[in-house]
Design a binder for this molecule. Sequence first.
Ligand SMILES: [Zn+2]
Length: 139
Amino acid sequence: MQDQERRIGDEARRIMEAFPEVFGKPPWRIEETNLAWGFSCGKGWYPLIERLSADLTAIVQQDGLSRFQARQVKQKLGKLRFYSKGGNERTADHILQAELEAAGKCEHCGTQHGELKNLGGWLTTTCDDCAAILLKSRA
Ligand SMILES: [Zn+2]
């Protein structure tokens, strides 16, 4: 494994490697793509990202979107953001649905009861239990 790829966690790497039509193929170099950071969000959202990736793969194949490419997956201001290029209305719609679904899901543990919270200036979509743990760990 290349040095610049160590930022990608094992679980994110597994998902990225499973869907080359969405994420391209390794190596993901920092000079070339923000995917070199893996998924910059909590692991509670990973199952949702994996499901979205499977949906996008099907659309890419059905609609012949050979130029589709995920550019970055991150949490921004507490919300899931999935940036891509080369898609169409269907890919945009699926990405939007996943982002909306993530807004109600704890990004740390994946429970359905997440909501946007401000933990001392850090915006995160979290359940009450994870919020308490996070606040304690930062105190
Ligand atoms: Zn939680």
